[in-house]
Design a protein. Structure first.
Length: 264
């Protein structure tokens, strides 16, 4: 696992956007097959999406041959709801880049048969062979997508119940009322993410310092589902300084030392 520490949130987003854009460009040089990109919602990726949109506008990267799969979607929220992840992605990213609408894939939380919807989604991912890069974030309890603590590390796309902590954390988008936050979501599984060629996790803020330390320094465990990335051959965590508050001094120094020899 590679850990990239940046000074602040803006620098973290800049580094991550450059990494993604470079990966898209490099594949385009080698093949005409689409670049398959996994994407998250939430506050962490907003800065990355803003920078990628700016790069797209400046002609530095194109999304015309990019296929996206989003991590998750609330159950029971129609697309038009301003807190649906479909709405989030289009208003914060897709409407600002040159991606064809048919290349965007987001789980349907209003499907009549939720299990069938999850199976369809997993099959469509498989139809592309592999996800080239999955961008993600984590919760304060180290959950990856909506794979709450003690979700199987071998899990696939499915229906997930949300914990009280997650509902409280997400209530800021629902008038700070946890009761308004849906109790269920559709989510890719931990294994769906770790099957990707590369995984890039964004971890920012002191409130996620414990989760970062557990994911990097702790053991691989269902309690912190993001810790599964320790077993991934090409996993990167991009974080800011405030998120490093719980790392041991030796780990912090080691990470900085190793990055001196790394290229973008």
């Amino acid at each position: 696992m590679r850990v990239v520490i940046q000074q602040d949130y803006d620098k973290m987003c800049e580094w991550s956007a450059n990494y993604i854009a470079n990966a898209i460009r490099e594949k385009a040089k080698k093949t005409d097959k689409p670049f398959v990109l996994g994407l998250p919602t939430g506050s962490s990726p907003l800065g990355v999406y803003k920078r990628l949109a700016e790069m797209n506008k400046a002609g530095k990267v194109s999304f015309k041959n990019v296929v996206t799969f989003n991590m998750d979607e609330y159950v029971g929220l129609p697309r038009e709801h301003d807190q649906s992840y479909w709405y989030f992605m289009w208003s914060n990213f897709f409407d600002h880049i040159d991606i064809p609408k048919e290349n965007v894939n987001i789980l349907n939380g209003m499907a009549d048969d939720l299990e069938a919807e999850c199976a369809r989604y997993e099959a469509k991912i498989a139809s592309y062979g592999v996800i080239d890069l999955f961008l993600g974030g984590i919760g304060v309890d180290g959950h990856l997508a909506f794979n709450e603590p003690f979700t199987s590390l071998g899990s696939r796309t499915g229906v997930r119940g949300l914990t009280s902590d997650t509902k409280i954390a997400n209530s800021r988008f629902f008038g700070y009322d946890p009761e308004k936050v849906p109790s269920y979501a559709l989510s890719v599984g931990v294994a769906t993410v770790t099957d990707s060629k590369e995984v890039l996790l964004l971890i920012n803020g002191h409130h996620k310092a414990r989760a970062l330390a557990a994911s990097v320094e702790g053991g691989v465990t269902q309690k912190w589902t993001a810790s599964a990335l320790q077993l991934h051959p090409a996993a990167i965590i991009a974080c800011d300084e405030p998120a490093c508050g719980e790392l041991t001094v030796d780990t912090y120094k080691f990470v900085l030392d190793m990055e001196k020899n790394e290229r973008l």
